[in-house]
Ligand binder design. Structure first.
Ligand code: ZN
Length: 449
């Protein structure tokens, strides 16, 4: 049995080498594969970012520490022209109090919540009101006068029937992004939202919400189910206490470093993720993974002895989570630089094993020729889509956008919660993402677009 396994293992190795041999990029993929998988550098960097730096919400001391870490790390890795692109960022602070006590005809019981980012705080005694459960923003608008003085409870669950783990977030997201503002518009005094996750546990998931105007918080899925069950037996009132507050904006920065192209230094390929995270967990998947994917991709390329024809630049964007001011400032910087931004590759979908790159559907057919090379690192296909929130603006100056799409089933179990920590990331899966990014950047650098 063991001998059989060794023989078939050798056969597989021979076949793999043979198929690599057919590819003009086999020398590239062989060398970056050995460099990357033997050192697993992405995970070491992620360990530093999540444990030495920790959570890094825009405007916090952690975010400033992350900027310093990004600069020092790029310098240590031997990148060129390491610099900052400044931006202003919001400064929202969670505070120590976030409680929700529900009262129905049988008595009172606590439910697990956390404030949504940018929520105003409540008075010390909290806000108390009768709960109205809804599924959609449309329902809230239709409540009209009946919403006055009430607390709106958005309880539309994650859609279960999509295969993609990412799709349900888009489908349920308006409850969090726009739900509190819609509730405020009809006179509600607070809004509470079922966490944007399919994980059936008692951990709430935060995230930003647009101009809420009223205190707002996310309920864990367990808490949302409990509240909904109580409402089936009659009226329920809740008392919500939050001590969060918004302080004045503060200056911060995105971190930039590169390897200058040997033939076309003025043509730039951007690779990046966002340096800020939420204050829950340590942002290991969101977006520590994207940060270290980009750093390790350029570092592996360099350490494997390759010098790109075009400039490959890593950009660690600040403030993706709340209002995207880092991406806006980098866009202005790129627009005025006199360079040509050829492409921008974003990783902001977690650190699981790579599966695909999304890009402009008009280019898919032509770029399909790269899939055999990319498949070395388990990229199965190119699919239609964009890059992500941070690189999105660069399309306006002609950049072709790409987004790394890792395996998607577990991402929202952890996203924006206390569970998004280093132990949820697998070192080899993470490294494969970095190697896939390195390979895509190399293909663009060699052939252009
Ligand atoms: Zn993110």
């Amino acid at each position: 049995m063991l001998a059989m396994r060794i023989v078939s293992g050798l056969l597989a190795l021979a076949l793999t080498s043979a198929s690599f041999g057919a590819d003009r990029y086999s020398d590239f993929t062989d060398r970056v594969r050995v460099t990357g998988l033997s050192r697993l550098g992405a995970f070491s960097l992620l360990k530093e970012l999540t444990t030495d730096v920790g959570p890094r919400l825009s405007g916090s001391d952690g975010a400033e520490k992350a900027v310093a870490w990004g600069q020092a790390t790029m310098t240590r890795l031997g990148f060129q022209n390491v610099r900052l692109v400044p931006c202003m960022v919001p400064h929202w602070v969670r505070g120590n109090t976030e409680t929700l006590i529900a009262t129905d005809k049988y008595g009172s019981f606590p439910l697990t919540v956390c404030a949504l980012g940018t929520s105003p705080g409540t008075p010390a005694e909290g806000v108390t009101g009768e709960v109205i459960e809804v599924q959609t923003l449309k329902e809230v608008a239709a409540l009209g006068e009946r919403a006055k003085g009430k607390i709106i409870f958005y309880n539309r669950p994650f859609e279960k029937t999509t295969v993609s783990g990412f799709a349900p977030y888009g489908m349920a997201g308006d409850q969090r992004f726009a739900g509190p503002a819609a509730a405020a518009k009809v006179g509600a005094i607070a809004a509470i939202t079922r966490s944007l996750t399919a994980a059936e546990d008692d951990v709430p998931h935060t995230g930003t919400t647009r101009d809420p105007g009223i205190p707002c918080a996310a309920l864990s899925v367990v808490a949302a189910n409990k509240l909904s069950a109580a409402l089936k037996n009659g009226s329920v009132s809740v008392n919500l206490k939050l001590s969060c507050q918004t302080l004045p904006d503060v200056p911060s920065a995105s971190v930039v470093g590169e390897i200058v192209g040997s033939e076309f230094p003025n043509e730039v390929i951007v690779m990046g993720g966002h340096l800020d995270s939420w204050d829950k967990g340590t942002g290991a998947h969101d977006d520590g993974a994207g940060v270290v994917h980009a750093l390790e991709a350029l570092s592996v390329l360099k350490d494997s002895g390759f010098r790109p024809k075009r400039t490959i630049r890593v950009v660690l964007f600040m403030n993706e989570e709340i209002s995207g001011t880092g991406a806006d400032a980098y866009f202005e910087y790129a627009k005025n630089s006199g360079e040509k931004c050829v492409a921008a590759i974003e990783s902001d979908s977690g650190g699981f094993a790579p599966r695909a790159f999304s890009t402009d559907y008009k280019r898919l057919k032509r770029l399909d020729r790269w899939v055999p090379t990319l498949s070395t690192f388990e990229i199965e296909r190119l699919k239609p889509g964009g890059g992500g929130a941070d690189v999105g603006p660069l399309a306006k100056i002609g950049a072709v956008l790409f987004g790394l799409e890792p395996e998607s089933q577990r991402y929202f179990d952890y996203h924006h919660s206390d569970k998004d920590t280093l132990d949820k990331v697998h070192p080899r899966e993470l490294e494969l993402g970095a190697l896939a990014m390195a390979t895509l950047a190399w293909l663009i650098s060699e052939e252009g677009l």
